[in-house]
Design a protein around this ligand. Structure first.
Ligand SMILES: [Ca+2]
Ligand SMILES: [Ca+2]
Length: 170
């Protein structure tokens, strides 16, 4: 238990083409006892958040923490499709309790689609056969298949380049 304290959320957007977004991003934090926060909209006044290669920090006040008391072990994350090229590649999200300095690191390393609620566990270490987020995994698999079909049709591309397309979804 870490008690009630302010929380800082650090969001690192990937440093690759079109990684940045102007979409509206919302997050819910869960602790190990199953408590969770309100919906927290990640938006810093007068700042262009979530640009390519950028690290954005958001302070969450105690009033928004809902029932959350312990260490954050799971996050739910989603976005809308506001703005041009709203596709968003997230490298990582780190949640820090300001009182204890406890950090929870969530490596994301994937494209976040519009209006899908991603559930990501601390270090996302679950094995595929025990994955409780089957829908999410299936969606990512479908994307890979689509991409594979596209890659097969792309004429004159060396095989290494075609396989390289998969890296985004790794
Ligand atoms: Ca983008
Ligand atoms: Ca932006």
């Amino acid at each position: 238990m870490t008690g009630k304290s302010d929380i800082l959320i650090y969001v690192a957007t990937g440093d690759k083409k079109n990684a940045g977004t102007d979409a509206n991003v919302t997050i819910i934090l869960h602790d190990e006892a199953g408590n969770f926060t309100e919906k927290i909209v990640l938006d810093k006044f007068l700042r262009n958040d979530f640009e390519r290669g950028q690290n954005d920090m958001f302070k969450v006040s105690r009033s928004k923490l809902g029932s959350l008391v312990g260490k954050v072990v799971k996050i739910e994350l989603w976005r809308d499709d506001a703005g041009l090229a709203s596709d968003w590649f997230v490298d990582s999200i780190v949640v820090v309790h300001t009182s204890t300095k406890h950090q929870s690191v969530f490596p994301i390393l994937r494209w976040i689609k519009a209006r899908f609620r991603y559930k990501i566990k601390h270090f996302d270490t679950s094995l595929p056969q025990f994955d409780e987020y089957l829908e999410q995994r299936e969606m990512e698999l479908r994307d890979k298949k689509k991409l594979y079909k596209f890659a097969q049709k792309a004429p004159g591309m060396p095989i290494q380049v075609r396989l390289g397309l998969f890296c985004h979804f790794g």
